[in-house]
Ligand binder design. Structure first.
Ligand code: BTN
Length: 255
């Protein structure tokens, strides 16, 4: 990449035309000893993966499909913080390159006008007390047009091109993202999660609003107070009970 201003992220780029999933390749090369900051990028994924075993639609030449290898010296329980950090970095990069202002939806969606623009999937290779690598998978819908989305996802997904009304330079967007990610990651390693958490909460749509969290076992409705240092969502219900939500799909409440 020309003009890359980072010293770590994106210094090594493993580029492929077509892959099953960049996550899979990143896991393999991380195991083989790939350096921190190595990025796997593909033009197309034929089996892109999302959270909760969902598929991630990744057509050719339209998106930024990438997986970034990090090797932080942090306890494995703190790895989810890197998902939140990545969401902040991607929002900042999109703002810089397109002037659009996406929102973050807990835990790891980035939305524009209520539709999904970016997905983030963080996975790690770790022993119980030591991280070998964290693989951050990011999919940004960049240049898809409405007709590129199938019936199922066209109501819930969007792209930068659709929202902005013009084509976006994918390389420029990735470069901006690498720089934001590196800056935030260095801040995080030096000073911890504090600043990242504040930034995340300012971009998050749900915080300070009434929401419904659909977990595996129950629907919890109440006021989204914020997140903890571990990225756990705190919801206060109408009885004043605080619920700690580790995993759920959330939506704004109509009430
Ligand atoms: C989600 O919203 O559920 C997460 C989607 C993550 C998609 C990205 S695209 C690059 C990387 N490779 C994958 O197979 N998935 C992630």
């Amino acid at each position: 990449l020309l003009g890359l201003q980072t010293t770590k992220i994106g210094q090594y780029i493993h580029y492929e035309e077509s892959v099953h999933s960049t996550q899979k390749i990143a896991h393999r090369i991380a195991q083989e000893g790939a350096k921190e900051g190595t990025v796997v990028v593909a033009e197309e994924q034929t089996a892109g993966r999302g959270r909760l075993d969902r598929a991630w639609y990744s057509p050719k030449y339209t998106g930024a499909w990438m997986s970034i290898i990090l090797r932080p010296s942090i306890p494995p329980q703190q790895a989810p913080q890197l998902t939140l950090l990545s969401a902040v970095a991607v929002v900042q990069a999109i703002q810089e390159v397109t002037n659009l202002s996406p929102d973050i939806k807990w835990p790891n969606d980035v939305l524009l006008n209520g539709k999904k623009l970016v997905g983030i999937l963080t996975e790690m290779q770790a022993d119980f007390d030591r991280i070998h690598s964290v693989i951050i998978g990011i999919g940004i819908n960049v240049n898809q047009q409405e007709t590129d989305f199938n019936e199922q996802i066209k109501h819930i997904a969007t792209s930068l091109r659709i929202e902005k009304g013009e084509e976006i330079n994918r390389a420029a967007l990735m470069q901006a993202f690498f720089l934001k990610l590196e800056t935030l990651y260095e801040e995080y390693l030096k000073n911890g999660f504090g600043l990242i958490k504040v930034l995340w909460e300012t971009y998050a749509i749900s915080i300070g609003k009434r929401i419904i969290a659909r977990t595996m076992t129950a629907n919890i409705e109440g006021f989204a107070k914020g997140i903890t240092d571990e990225g756990v969502l705190l919801i206060e219900d109408d009885e004043g009970v605080i619920h700690r939500i580790h995993s759920a799909d959330i939506e704004l409440s109509a009430k």
